[in-house]
Each structure stands twice: as structure tokens, then as C-alpha cells.
Design a protein around this ligand. Sequence first.
Ligand code: DGL
Length: 255
Amino acid sequence: MNNNPIGVYDSGFGGLSVWRELHRALPCESLIYLGDGKNCPYGSLPAERIKELAEESVRELIGRGCKMVVVACNTATAAAISHLRATFDIPIVGLEPAVKPACAMTRTKVVGVLATERSLKGEKFLSTVARYGEGVEVIKAVGEGFVEAVERNEEQEPATERLVRQVVEPIIERGADVIVLGCTHYPFLRDVIARVVGEREVAIIDSGTAVEKRVESLLDEYDLRAAEDNVPCIEFITFADEEYRQRLQDKALGK
Ligand code: DGL
């Protein structure tokens, strides 16, 4: 048993899509969410720079007593997860695009994966595609401008829908019946993506639930669950300014 917080980290707002799952499923757990904000977006940064940023972030969360850290960022996972696990001795959970379930569920044998440039170049991603994507055409696409739109809370703007349409429409036209949201910012655009999909039968999937299950199994494995009577503390921190921190908190709490 351990009442210390679980740290959740992302370049910015995106990891809140994972935070939501954790907060819903683990009501006794204290959570500290670190949305870097100062260095966002990470998507096209060199892997070495992302490693430094991720190490600084995880160190900050461990300094605040976190018993486990969830890297709620596909990009930071792709660039830095091995480095983080070799550097720190608490359980560190990473996130990857849900390619395996997508390849298992597609009927048209065409799957679209939306992610950042860095994630799509990641070794783990490429080996997962090679391993589970046999006989499946995996179309990879960067959601150009998606992260920035979510960071500005512009999900419902017509300009954002145009951006999404430009990327998603060609994937559907090529026959994809599953679209993988391989960046934690993208679930905030799920409604917009669903509007672009319209009546067509296309599943839109992300990794949120799978990560939450993984966190639960590690809490059990390491005997780290908080007590049932723990009064959880929910905190939001950033390397950006107070205004950003407040926006993070408002987005998480649905204000
Ligand atoms: N939310 C992140 C991800 O899951 C990174 C977005 C970015 O900073 O470019 O990949």
C-alpha cells in the first residue's frame, strides 16, 4: 500500500486524455499532472532533446514523491522510454499507438495511424507495425497543426475541422476502417474526426483504456495501490506560466 501520487506527464494538454481515464478508474489515487507547456510541441524535436526534456520532467515528478510515472505522450515514449527506465527506479509506463488492436479489428485491411513525426519514426512503432501489420496496409499520417489547435483550445473552430479533414479524408478514401489516434492530444479532436468520418463505418481508437489497465496491473504487482480511505490530492504543474497551468487544470476538470 502506498498513498503517494502517480505522476502523469505530457508535452502539454494531450496527456489529459489519459489523466481522465486514470482519474475515473482510480478515484483513491492522488495524481500530479505535469504538462511541460514551455517546450510543446515535441512532435518534430530531435530525439536527444526529447530525452532531456523527459528526464527533467520525470525527475520533477519523482522529486514531488511520485511512486509511478505515466509518460502520457507517445512522442516522449518513442524517444525516451528506455532511457527513463534505465535512469529511474520507479515503474514508468509508456504509451504507444494502438496498432496491434487496429490490425486485429480491421476488415478492409487498411488502417490509418495519426501521430507526430517523431512517434511515426520510433523503433518500437516500426517493429509493432512489422509484427502485427502483416497483410494490413498501415497508412501513417502526421496530424499537422492538431497539437497546436488543442493547445489553443480551438477544437471546435472551423479552421481546425479543415485541418482534420485534410489529413483524415484521404485515409478514409484509401479504404481505412480503423483510425488510430497515436498522439494523446488527438482524442480531444475525436468529435471533429467523427464529423469528418460521417456515416462511413470507421472505428476511431486510442490507447487510454489500455494504459489505465497497465497502470492498475503495475500498482498490484508492486503493491503500490493507495488505501481505500485515502483522500486523493489532484495537482497540475507546468514549466510554462501560471496562466497555462490554470488552463491545464480547467481543461482537465471540464471548465
Ligand atoms: N501528446 C504528445 C503525443 O502523444 C505529443 C504532442 C507534441 O508535443 O507534439 O505524442
